[in-house]
Structures are given as structure tokens and as C-alpha cells.
Write a new protein. Structure first.
Length: 158
């Protein structure tokens, strides 16, 4: 029998960045389709709690489950890995060991595209039937964003 080196321990209590990214993409697609966690769970034979754990990255999604999710959500499997930053991809299980400090805030947790508020805004925006109204709303949002940045710069200068 050969001596094998023990595998490094998995960091407990900290979801892997790749699992979190896949979960965020799952939540994004589910929300854009207007599905509740409960409805998605029913379609897959899962509880809403299990869907919730997948979306948070707490539980990893196996290959067969990923296939089922893609089928139910009418997307390609690659969708779950789209828009993954290099930083997240470099935090795969083989590379993350020993890198995260307890209580450290990870950059992928700040993604505004993963927020419920953002998803609700996008869904409401596309419910507006008149393209000219949508365009005016977009311009107004851009203007308000610029005003907020300008005010922050003035406050910093003082």
C-alpha cells in the first residue's frame, strides 16, 4: 500500500465562491422567470429549503441536479458559470484552502446583480409595455445615479 498525502481540510462554514456564484445564477434565472423557490422545488422534487441552500451556495449542486435545473429553467448548463470573474474561478475548492479568514467579507458577496432589489427592478422595468416610457425611466435612473455620485464627490471635497 502506498503512502498517500492527506487531502487538505475543507474550510467549514464558508461557502465556496464557485458554489455561491452558481447559486446566484440559479436565483437570478428563477426570479426572472417569476418562479418561487417552492415552485422550482416542486418541479425538481425538492423542498424550498433545499433550493434556498443551493442559491446561497451552502449546498453544492451535483451534475445530475445541475442538468435538471437547466432543463426546468430552460437554459444551457453553461449559464450557471457565465459572468464568473477570475477571482471567483480562482477560488475553486482546490485553490481556496487556507485563503479565507473567518469573518472576512468576500468580494462576490457584494455583487449588486445578485440582490433581490435589482431583480425586482428588472422584472418591473420589463413589465412596462411602452418602450418610450421604459427609455425615459432608464434615462431618469441614470440621471439620479449621476446626481448621487456628484453629491458624494462634493461631500468628500468638504
Amino acid at each position: 500500500m502506498r503512502n498517500k498525502k492527506p487531502l487538505p481540510k475543507r474550510i467549514t462554514g464558508v461557502p465556496n465562491a464557485v458554489d455561491v456564484h452558481v447559486g446566484q445564477r440559479l436565483r437570478l434565472r428563477r426570479t426572472l422567470l417569476g418562479l418561487s423557490q417552492e415552485k422550482l422545488g416542486e418541479a425538481l422534487g425538492l423542498t424550498f429549503q433545499q433550493v434556498q441552500k443551493y442559491e446561497r451556495g451552502t449546498n453544492r449542486i451535483g451534475a445530475s441536479r445541475l442538468y435538471d435545473l437547466a432543463r426546468v429553467l430552460d437554459i444551457e448548463i453553461g449559464y450557471f458559470f457565465d459572468d464568473m470573474s477570475d477571482e471567483v474561478s480562482h477560488r475553486s475548492p482546490g485553490q481556496i484552502r487556507g485563503m479565507a479568514e473567518e469573518g472576512e467579507e468576500l468580494p462576490f458577496e457584494k455583487d449588486p446583480m445578485a440582490r433581490r432589489e435589482t431583480l425586482e427592478l428588472v422584472r418591473a422595468y420589463y413589465k412596462i409595455g411602452d418602450p418610450s416610457v421604459r427609455r425615459r425611466l432608464l434615462e431618469m435612473a441614470k440621471t439620479l445615479g449621476k446626481v448621487s455620485i456628484d453629491l458624494a464627490e462634493v461631500a468628500e471635497a468638504e
